[in-house]
Design a binder for this molecule. Structure first.
Ligand code: NAD
Length: 482
């Protein structure tokens, strides 16, 4: 793909402009500079929040049906731009084209789903609230929570955006979006689509930029009613601290250290496929990565033999290669971070089953072999911390209770997977796991109808489903003497 030398990184009140911060955007598969995005600073944030506040006066009064129609226009715009958006995702993030297709289709499904929820709001507005007294009547209103700041990461650029943006617009909120400075290109294209959707000026504003120049002032701005953040725990804490100063609401989607449990009666080939998908999809850069595999003692040897064979056969390649199974990591910093985890894992005494290096046929780009460790000490960083790369740790267990305890032994609680042919055991284990999403014998399928988010330090709140919409609504009861 070719790009202009520079791109405007601000879309404020329906106008594109260039900010003062120059963001170098790299293709992680070639390490080449793609373009420079001229992003903003606190001055741009100030303008964007002012535009959103002005637009909120009328957008908040629109009907759900009107908002739903615009969300459908956005979904159609994304559908029409599908191929281009897929290429942007692969060029800027390094993910294979087939993964980029899943992302774009998820974005379309999310906007359509929230269009439907928006259209359903009008009939529910001012619904009667039964009271235990004939002297009073009460009605219930759901109103937008104001101007909202959306801050998103680089691993699923447009998807994490859609999960916030679609429900925020459906609720009647006005938005200032800050994409990751690492992957702004998909969101810039999404903004161009939104600009053609019929949305009034100022309802949606985009400010590209770094966390400190744009994210921090956004989180602190007193005119913002809510911050919805997806990213690392370290930054999530900072966002929450800044938001606390003006008592604004926060939704946080943070890290994970999730497990895939292979019970004694599991189909081993299925377990190996799900283990590889859970650890190596998106080159392992997933908050939901099942980077711990817990396998029943009696299956361990054969499981490791098949996993080793499959992991080594995974084709790591350029994201546009027709046979690619795993692409590049997102940038140099992330690459070095993951290599550092591998080195520290080896120093801690973990045994490398396979991987750990750059593939020999890929001298450039941030490519890494799918990596599997066994004998990982329980107190090592490899076992305890989020790696955010294609690195899988395998341990065996003796009893179901032991497996559940090992899976729950983490400050995180985002997702888990269970592989078994015993339906009762599957449900028993799923119910005991501290995770917001559990898949049984299934890959990590996600539907806009099902909630996304986790227990413990993985999340505050839930995205998707009706919960994702409620996150952008205030509840008002009007009680009248009759
Ligand atoms: P990050 O926390 O470094 O950055 C996320 C966003 O926050 C970026 O837009 C960044 O510019 C911004 N930011 C940085 N400093 C800021 C500050 N001081 N104030 C406000 N904003 C600031 O995360 P990342 O490296 O982009 O993404 C990886 C992390 O995201 C991982 O920890 C992963 O688990 C998490 N993640 C979670 C989910 C989920 O749904 N739970 C989904 C995707 C990614």
């Amino acid at each position: 793909m070719s790009f202009p030398t520079t791109l405007d990184g601000l879309y404020i009140n329906g106008q594109w402009s260039a900010g003062r911060e120059h963001l170098r955007v790299i293709n992680p598969s070639t390490e080449a500079l793609l373009t420079t995005v001229n992003g903003g600073d606190e001055h741009a944030v100030d303008q964007a929040v002012a535009a959103a506040s002005e637009a909120f006066k009328s957008w908040s009064l629109t009907s759900g049906a009107e908002r739903g129609a615009i969300l459908r226009n956005i979904a159609n715009g994304v559908r029409n731009g599908r191929e281009h958006l897929m290429k942007l995702q692969s060029s800027n993030n390094g993910k294979p084209q087939f993964e980029a297709a899943i992302d774009v289709d998820d974005v379309i499904a999310t906007f359509e789903y929230y269009a439907e929820l928006a259209e359903g709001l009008d009939a529910k507005q001012d619904s009667n609230v039964p009271l235990p007294s004939d002297d009073f009547s009460a009605r219930l209103r759901r109103e937008p929570c104001g101007v909202v700041g959306l801050i998103v990461p680089w691993n699923f650029p447009m998807v994490t955006t859609a999960w916030k943006l679609a429900p925020a617009l459906a609720a009647g909120c006005c938005v200032v979006l800050k994409p990751s400075e690492v992957t702004p290109l998909p969101e810039l294209e999404l903004a161009a689509i939104i600009a053609e959707s019929g949305l009034p000026n100022g309802v949606f504003n985009l400010v590209c930029g770094t966390g400190l120049a744009v994210g921090a002032p956004l989180a602190a701005d007193p005119r913002i009613g809510k911050i919805s953040f997806t990213g690392s725990n370290a930054v999530g804490v900072q966002v929450m601290q800044r938001a606390a100063e003006t008592v604004k609401g926060v939704s946080l989607e943070l890290g994970g250290k999730s497990s895939l449990l292979v019970l004694a009666d599991a189909d081993l080939d299925l377990a190996v496929e799900l283990a590889c998908g859970g650890a190596f999809f998106n080159a392992g850069q997933m908050c939901s990565a099942t980077s711990r595999v817990l396998v029943a003692d009696e299956l361990e040897e054969e499981f490791l033999r098949r996993l080793h064979k499959r992991a080594q056969a995974i084709r790591v390649a350029d994201p546009f290669d027709a046979e690619v199974e795993m692409g590049a990591l997102v940038n140099q910093a992330q690459y070095q971070r993951v290599l550092g985890h591998i080195d520290r894992g080896l120093s801690a005494g973990a045994r490398l089953l396979c991987g750990g290096n750059r593939p020999a046929d890929l001298p450039r780009g941030y490519f890494l072999q799918p990596t599997v460790f066994t004998d990982v000490p329980l107190d090592s960083a490899l076992w305890c911390e989020e790696i955010f790369g294609p690195v899988l740790c395998v341990r065996s267990f003796t009893t179901e209770a032991q497996a559940i305890a090992l899976a729950n032994d983490t400050p995180f609680g985002l997702v888990a997977s269970v592989v078994t042919s015993d339906a009762a055991a599957a449900d028993r284990v799923a119910n005991a796991l501290q995770a917001g999403m559990v898949w049984i014998n299934a890959p990590q399928v996600i539907f806009p109808q099902a909630a996304w988010g986790g227990y413990k330090q993985s999340s505050i709140g839930r995205e998707l489903g009706p919960w994702g919409l409620a996150a952008f609504q205030e509840i008002k009861h009007v009680i009248r003497a009759v």
